[in-house]
Design a protein around this ligand. Sequence first.
Ligand code: GLA
Length: 726
Amino acid sequence: MIHFDPQGKIFTLGNERFRYVFHINAAGVPAKLYFGRPISPITENEVRAASNLAGDVYAYLDTKTNEEHIFDNPYFNGQTSAVEVPPHNSFDKRNSLIAINHDDDSSVTDFRYVRHEITKGKPTFADMPYIRDEDCTAETLMVELKDSRDEIYLRCFYSVFPDVDVLIRHNEIINKTGHDIHLTRAYSLCLDLQSNDYSLISLHGTYASDREVEEQDVFHNEIVLEENAGAKGFYHNPMAMLRKHDASNDHGEVIGIGLVYSSNFKISVMGTQMETIRVLAGMSDYDFYAPIAPNETFVTPEAFLVYSSQGIDKATHGFHDLIRNHLLRKVPEGMEKIVLLNSWEGNMFDFDTDKIIASLNAAKRMGVNLFVLDDGWFRNNDTYGLGDWKLDTEKIDLKKAIDHAHALGIRFGLWVEPEQINFNSDLYREHPEYALFDPRIDHPTTLRHQFVLDMTNPEARDNVFAKIEAIFAEYELDYCKWDFNRMLTEAYSKTLDRRYQHEIYHRFVLGSYKMLDRFVKRFPNVLLETCSGGGGRFDMGMLFYSHQIWASDETDVVPRSSIQYSTNLFYPMKVIGAHVSARKLLSIKEKGALAMFGTFGYELDPCGFGQSKFDEVKIANKRFLDNHDTIFEGDYYPLMDPYKTNFVSWMCVDKSKDSAVIYFMNYRHINWRARFLKLRGLDPKKTYRNNLDGKAYPGDFYMEVGLNLSDGMPSLTPYVIELKAK
Ligand code: GLA
């Protein structure tokens, strides 16, 4: 998978479906030659042809001899060539990968090749999430470079897998200068493309509209997807795709870009005057000025590229398979097929022991196997309690409720928000320094009556962890919803060494990762769902620890359909938290048609349910459970785009192509445009029976003619259609 040709100093990386090729040029600069589908090996002969872009010749003055040199590879041009490590404040005026403020305040940063290593497996990190390689099938290339002026080394890591079409990158910067240096930028990945014939697909959002797809053309300026909220970022998601203009869902070149990181990030796509593109991805340089002490190393988070020569869907499968095969932890034994009931939307803070017992009894009738007591077990409103984590024993007899659940064969889980602190809490009164904000500000921002806990402070982390640990140990809980309801503002730690204050967003999330790591090691059998004011922290950093993420506090089916449609583009359904809620519109069965395309459950008060409601629940559960494996492990195909049509539709096909399940909803009464819904991903040669007209048709009929929906598809009514191979 990784090959080195010493003649041309050419590195070829990839698997059977893609190649990534660069070489070390005579100036010691790693210069990109090719990224695309597999082609014959590029050898020394082809290097010139693969790397040329017309322009000025690169020349330099050797100050030791006072001689001017014309660089002996005239086809290398600092302004235009495709490179792996673009320098800072140097010959290449496009954006840089790494920028260092040296001890004399020079910012010139320009790394050149020293050596490389190719090894089996891939790197892991002690304090950050990473793509896993448990079966040791990956290979890794490490290229070491040295700064052209100082003893600063850069190690660039590249890993590839045989089973996913992904190139994983991260960088390590090692300070051997004997004095402090400061990083002002430390991205993880650079991709230079020789054409700007692409558009950028990304996700934007806000509360209750958590992820929405948008697409924009790349011209001659920079498009920046950047988050600086610290950890709760709705506005942009750290995933994107570049679509070649002639690419569609099932053909053409699409390049995915992603990060395994939950704090401030940046994905920059810069169109240049030469009609090339430079992509950079990594942690954001917003308020970033990170010291590296002598002999210390700074490690960037992992970023990656997904390659598809077969359109958007294959790129989506690349993201999904990477997450499923190489990121997620195993779900605890016995919890593979969960139907949960969460108390939040049904009760909010308003419950007591009797109410929970009654809910559990109803849950039993519903066929629920996990009950989640959301916020409210330690308080009656959201103005107090975070940080103290003291069970409100007058409100709820937790032991009684849990024993009752267990007697009914129902597992029990709790909601927590460990990284936050109410100012109305004993913890804040005793330790005001545990709240993260600049103490010289008279009016620090409160959001939801709370501050973020200073996760850079080990003492604050230990304090809160001990309380959460005590509860989970005492009550033998099976599930945890780990929330995070506000962003970082006036970020300043009262205890962190002042030299690290401009690295605080990164250090904060490292603290969060530490706490999550401790939790999952202490409670490996607890199913963990992360959450952030709905789905504000929906990223692969979280998914290294949590099994699933609550997708959005918006649970009405119409807006939820587009949120899930957008989320599906990058994230597999087995991580997308989706519940049937108490919202007025639509029936339980109809709402279940959407919720089943995620980690399924209910979020309503079932206590007043009559028989007809229980009957609907039965249907919704059965549909979810029957199609569970296809939805969780199969391949996803979008069918109708809710942003471009009045319909929303998608389908999942299991990997053996024996079964498929389709979601369809019409936003309008008239259904002409979607009356032949063309399916995707089926085996053209297999015959599938559908449960809409009950008839069987060949796979190619469904894909070329379509599934005929003209017979009564009322508006705003979600449909589930199942296909089974005969
Ligand atoms: C957030 C979550 C909700 C719920 C509340 C509880 O808003 O997104 O699902 O847990 O917090 O306060």
